[in-house]
Design a protein around this ligand. Structure first.
Ligand code: UDX
Length: 434
């Protein structure tokens, strides 16, 4: 089968490389000549474990190529995936569909023979039908169907999520379109992946509802974590005790500094907008967002208060800046709220992150100092805060850290350390909800 993927961002590139790995012939198309040139040279613009090898081996095998032009790839394709960005529109939180509609227009002029145009980008309910309208208007003779096939890829484990998904959701309303998508995902039938076939609108909403539900689980446990700190209960034991109930499940129930990333914050606010557009009140979703921001502020102020409020003479080492480990993605990372709050209180920040520094430099105040090693970052610091649970920060030599530091505050905001070990090394230990 032949596929074109429009957009070589995170979703487009991972999906394109994985479909090629399934054995299909894939062309990834992007407007950015810089991006296409570097991909052609084997330079992968994002950090995602395993992606460079997967891209390279499929390019070598002749199954994966990159192009600036829709022609001739789209003409030859059985399916064209739209995987362009849908950023939050400034001001109102709506998903910005400019790139999706522009891609639809351009696809329309290149369609030849029966083609399924598949929305992979996360888009508001009704977008797939709008894409169909745009294509029909631009090319009334085109023989096509539109489908919705939302992605559920986590950064850092995107290839595994594509190759061994919990489910594949396909919104398709003609038998022809369903047959093409079934064939594309045939390799997953061998591992008995459940396929949910549904309407376009339902598929679009499954994506938003899934991400919003996971965000709600995190905000729920984060809200309980504040109560744990007041009552002396232990949030880790609570997560375990709750998670063992199969109706609840243990995943996405870890308290921390709040969720970030390119999806949860954006998708929750887009879903809030969709509710408002339909004259409905998104009570739970509003609370999910509020609790998430509160959590970041609450943790920043715990440190500020413990260090004496005026931090002008204080240095704080921040270990981990990205919104989660195994990515260089800084979008909506808790560090973007917590670090500026500490700086506002007067602190000098020494930060260390294995992959995020390049992006962090663009987003954090200029005064932040960046160090390659956590042991250099903690030198003369009054406090150390773990904000991202990178493996590099899980087994720190606590004695050495203590020796390097000026103060004794150890804030483990990912709950990865055993309190007694940290206290034994001479620190004052604080964590989230413990
Ligand atoms: C998410 C969804 O998981 C994926 O299905 C979707 O398609 C894209 O959005 P991603 O943003 O890569 O993936 O990260 P994820 O692993 O889901 O984590 C999101 C945020 O939640 C991170 O900031 C993470 O630290 C936080 N988180 C996650 C918690 O605070 N606690 C948890 O228990 C789990």
């Amino acid at each position: 089968m032949k596929i074109s993927v429009i957009g070589t961002g995170y979703v487009g590139l991972v999906s394109g490389a994985c479909f090629a790995e399934f054995g299909w012939n894939v062309t990834c198309i992007d407007k950015s000549s810089e991006r296409i040139e570097s991909l052609k040279q084997g330079i992968i613009p994002i950090y995602e474990p395993g992606l460079d090898d997967l891209v390279l081996s499929n390019v070598r095998a002749g199954r994966l190529s990159f192009s600036l032009d829709y022609a001739p790839a789209v003409e030859d394709s059985d399916a064209v995936f739209i995987a362009v960005g849908t950023p939050s529109r400034r001001g109102d939180g709506h998903a910005d569909l400019t790139y999706v509609y522009a891609a639809a227009e351009e696809i329309a002029s290149h369609l030849a023979g029966y083609t399924v145009v598949v929305d992979k980008s996360t888009v508001p309910v009704g977008t797939a039908r709008k894409v169909a309208e745009i294509i029909r208007k631009a090319n009334p003779n085109a023989d096509f169907d539109v489908a919705s096939n939302p992605e559920f890829l986590r950064e850092g484990s995107a290839i595994g999520d594509f190759m061994r998904p919990d489910r594949v959701v396909i919104g398709a309303e003609s038998e022809r379109a369903k047959a093409v998508l079934k064939e594309l995902y045939r390799p997953l039938y061998q591992i008995e992946t459940p396929m949910v076939f549904t309407t376009l609108e339902t598929a679009e909403l499954i994506k938003y509802a899934s991400n919003a539900f996971l965000a709600a689980k995190i905000s729920f446990i984060n809200e309980i974590s504040a109560l744990c700190e007041k009552t002396g209960a232990d949030i880790k034991a609570i997560s375990k005790g709750m998670g063992l109930d199969k109706r609840i499940g243990s995943k996405f129930l870890q308290a921390g500094p709040g969720y970030g990333g390119s999806c949860f914050p954006k998708d929750v606010s887009a879903l809030i907008r969709i509710f408002h557009d339909n004259n409905l009140e998104p009570h739970i979703l509003e609370a999910v967002t509020e609790v998430n921001l509160n959590q970041k502020m609450r943790l920043a102020y715990r440190v500020i208060n413990l260090l004496g409020q005026d931090l002008t003479q204080k240095t704080i080492a921040v270990l981990g800046l990205t919104f989660k480990p195994e990515t260089d993605d800084m979008r909506e990372a808790p560090s973007l709220v917590i670090v500026p709050e500490l700086i506002k209180a007067g602190a000098h920040i020494k930060a260390c992150d294995p992959q995020g520094v390049r992006e962090a430099k663009k987003l954090l105040p200029e005064s932040v100092e960046y160090l390659d090693s956590p042991y250099d970052a903690v030198k003369d610091a009054d406090a150390v805060i773990i904000l991202t649970e990178w493996n590099q920060f899980r087994g720190l030599d606590l004695e050495l850290i203590k020796k390097q530091m000026n103060g004794t505050l150890f804030a483990d905001f990912r709950n990865i350390y055993d309190r007694s070990l940290v206290e034994k090394a001479g620190f004052t230990y604080i964590a989230v909800g413990r």
